[in-house]
Design a protein around this ligand. Structure first.
Ligand SMILES: [Fe+2]
Length: 387
């Protein structure tokens, strides 16, 4: 049965971090844990959040030990601290790693088993602690989804923990928070958002509502991501647009899932610890090419999203579907070139590791959402074509 749900209360507005005390009070919390990562410690945002909370008389703890690819051990430690300090709620201020770690810990804090035992959907018993998500990149979308993706270090693979009550209660999407994001991270996380949108609309789990959201995110990112990557500090319009697009893409894939790009990037990220956004940016084009011609019809439709000259050209409806799909892929290629996304070879992954990467990718929970069936041999063939 088709259904779309989105229980998170979302504020999208530059400067809305100021609403944090109001948000905490709206959830009835008298104590919170602010979860951040090391990358954010070079900015003033954690201090600003702490000041807002302290001025409002809200007891606040901090947890800053979240890795680039968040690990199950860190989630276990955070959940332990939440429990023994009897903290009422969690505020995640950071990129996807922080949001995913906080989301999982908020659930683990109220449930008794190890985090690995909750892999899958709705495996836990008790409702998570209330949570507020404040993204500081333009890629994750985790502020509006029910999923947390974690690295299980002993087996070097990623696990997904999902639950109907794991959606953050509230999200503050403040584009000012990405004003100091380095250009490469704007590019990588922005392409992660683009990947969320594209995979959600070409995949087997797409639906009419997620399709509309995906189209909006794709249009915004094609138009504004190059500008944002070039000068995010001074281009407030582009900054706000890519931040909005990231959350809208989250609203899309949160209900329609992702696919092969994420299956591969999560497999490689678990094994080699490369950043998620970079991996998706590298893998997006080859995986889309692999899926053709199964996705040509949808890619041809998406050409209508381009503006100006590109749109006029793409709207020549007489052109065969495969030619319009070619055109969409050319636009992807050009965008990735403009954003200086490196080639797969830059990851220096030995071909001897491809079989293991392929097995992990095929076992990913999102594998079934691909536009065509993908076995481990399919992923291995795809990886072989990249060498
Ligand atoms: Fe992603």
């Amino acid at each position: 049965m088709f259904g779309y749900r989105m229980p998170t209360h979302v504020h999208i507005e530059p400067g809305c971090l100021m609403r944090l005390p109001e948000a905490v009070r709206s959830l009835g919390l008298d104590s919170v844990c602010l979860v951040i990562d090391k990358g954010l410690s070079t900015t003033n945002w954690p201090q600003e959040a702490l000041r807002l909370l302290e001025d409002a008389g809200i007891a606040t703890h901090t947890f800053s030990k979240v890795e680039v690819n968040p690990r199950t051990e860190s989630v276990t430690q955070l959940a332990h601290e939440l429990r023994i300090k009897e903290i009422a709620g969690v505020i995640a201020l950071g990129g996807g790693s922080v949001l995913d770690a906080a989301k999982a810990a908020a659930m683990l804090a109220t449930n008794e088993y190890k985090i690995e035992q909750y892999e899958g959907k709705n495996r836990y018993t008790n409702a998570p602690l209330p949570m507020i998500a404040i993204p500081t990149t333009c890629g994750t979308g985790s502020e509006v989804t029910w999923v947390s993706v974690l690295t299980h270090a002993p087996t070097r693979h990623k696990i997904s923990v999902k639950g109907e009550t794991m959606f953050p209660n509230l999200a503050l999407v403040d584009a000012d928070l990405i004003a100091t994001l380095p250009s490469n991270l704007v590019a990588w996380t922005g392409v992660d958002a683009l990947t969320h949108a594209i995979e959600s609309t070409i995949g087997a789990a797409s639906n009419p509502i997620s399709d509309v959201l995906a189209e909006k995110a794709i249009a915004l990112l094609f138009r504004f991501l190059p500008r944002a990557a070039k000068d995010i500090k001074n281009d407030a319009t582009a900054r706000a647009a890519v931040m909005r697009a990231s959350t809208i893409a989250g609203l899309s894939f949160g209900n329609a899932d992702v696919g092969g790009v994420h299956c591969l990037s999560e497999s490689i990220g678990g094994l080699f610890d490369h950043p998620h956004g970079l991996l998706n940016a590298i893998l997006l084009e080859p995986v889309l090419e692999y899926h053709r011609p199964h996705i040509d019809q949808r890619l041809a439709q998406l050409c209508g999203l381009f503006s100006g000259e590109a749109k006029r050209s793409s709207l020549e409806r007489q052109a065969p579907i495969d030619q319009r799909a070619d055109y969409f892929m050319e636009q992807i290629h050009e965008l990735l070139r403009e954003l200086d996304i490196p080639a797969f070879s830059s990851l220096k992954i030995p071909p001897s590791e491809y079989p293991l990467i392929a097995v992990h990718a095929a076992r990913n929970g999102s594998n079934r959402s691909n536009p065509q069936p993908m076995a481990a041999t399919s992923y291995q063939e795809l990886l072989g074509s990249l060498s």
